[in-house]
Design a protein around this ligand. Structure first.
Ligand code: ACO
Length: 322
């Protein structure tokens, strides 16, 4: 009998503070119209001083557990994707395990930048399919605001904070149909965030903030996401019309529109959160999925294609029946 990974719950958390493009125009040399036209972003959420990746992840996780109506103790694996962990160690996943009061499970973090939640779903699916785990919590949680240089107009306009979660359980009913994940480590210079404490050599200008050559990243992202769509459809013998919903990583509406076009989809079939959330890195796909599920757009039995692209470069897709 085939074992599938079924979505039994979703959750999301966004900090209360809203930072608008207008707010940013008072901090750096930019305008609301430049940001909105180039990116599709109008505002983003900013964590308060007490919030961390683990505190936001806990809230998203509790929502997913409540939707699934399970006891948290049933979770046997917690995977947290984050580029902004509370601590180098323990992992944020271990901190979330403790926050949820789960004594008997395995928890670890993964780091795949903005592709983190898609990579997390892929890992979770392997563990469920092999029978190692029956119930897996996958979370993407980020306090991007703490690794953004708020004097750099080319990056600070893009990012926001938040957490998204999904609970998967073993089932004989189709769930995750396939995941396709990739990386190419040859692009470090185009997009990176230094870790000054651990680096062998720290350059004067490397204060631990995101550095991105946006225009070059943009071109690779559009091409790569086009290829991952083709790969996913071909490998799973699907037509464009078999996909009900595109749940993309939320980096730029122009990138998302190019992927939707490639799929022959109208923007009405795309779950977009970018306008009010910005790019929440590894949290963005699961935050968007949670929104689509909770507002009733994504319905049971429908086919969802998630895709993401991030630093590394890393990229991938998760194709699932909800
Ligand atoms: N306000 C006003 N002007 C600006 C701003 C700003 N906030 N930022 C840059 N500019 C200026 C530049 O200085 C440049 O001026 P110049 O022509 O005089 O030199 C001009 O605007 C154009 O700059 P570009 O960088 O070419 O602008 P572009 O149209 O490429 O938009 C953006 C920039 C939005 C960053 C886009 O390139 C992008 O979205 N890139 C991809 C981001 C992405 O997908 N990242 C991957 C995931 S993130 C992760 O993994 C952590």
């Amino acid at each position: 009998m085939t074992i599938w990974s079924n979505v039994i719950g979703t959750g999301g958390y966004l900090p209360a503070t809203i930072r608008t493009n207008h707010d940013l125009s008072e901090m750096v040399d930019t305008t609301d119209s430049w940001i909105y036209e180039r990116t599709g972003i109008k505002s983003r959420r900013i964590a308060d001083v007490h919030e961390t990746a683990s505190s936001m992840a806990e809230i998203a996780a509790r929502q997913a557990i409540e939707m699934a109506a399970i006891d948290a103790e049933q979770i046997d694996l917690i995977i947290v994707a984050t580029g902004t962990p509370d601590r180098v160690y323990p992992s944020t996943a271990c901190l979330v395990q403790e926050r949820l009061g789960i004594k008997n499970c395995v928890s670890f973090d993964i780091q795949a930048a903005c592709s983190g939640s898609v990579f997390g779903l892929s890992i979770a699916d392997q563990y469920i399919k092999t029978g190692f785990a029956k119930t897996v919590l996958v979370i993407g949680s980020e306090v991007c605001s703490r690794i953004v240089d708020w004097t750099d107009r080319s990056t600070c306009i893009l990012f926001g904070d938040g957490a998204g979660a999904v609970l998967l359980a073993a089932s004989d009913r189709p769930g995750i149909l396939a995941t396709h994940i990739h990386s190419d480590g040859g692009y470090e210079d185009l997009l990176y965030c230094p870790n000054p404490q651990a680096a062998a050599q720290v350059r004067q200008d490397e204060a631990g903030f995101i550095s991105m050559r946006g225009n070059e990243v943009f071109k690779v992202a559009v091409n790569t996401l086009g290829r991952i769509v083709d790969e996913t459809l071909e490998a799973n013998h699907l037509q464009q019309s078999d996909i009900d919903w595109l749940v993309p990583h939320q980096a730029n509406t122009r990138i998302i529109a190019a992927t939707a076009k490639k799929l022959g989809m109208s923007m009405d079939q795309v779950i977009l959160t970018l306008e009010t959330q910005g790019n929440t890195s590894s949290a963005s796909v699961l935050l968007a999925f949670n929104q689509g599920v909770r507002d009733g757009r994504i319905k049971r039995g429908q086919t969802v294609l998630m895709e993401a692209f991030g630093a590394g470069f890393t990229w991938g897709s998760a194709l699932l029946k909800f």
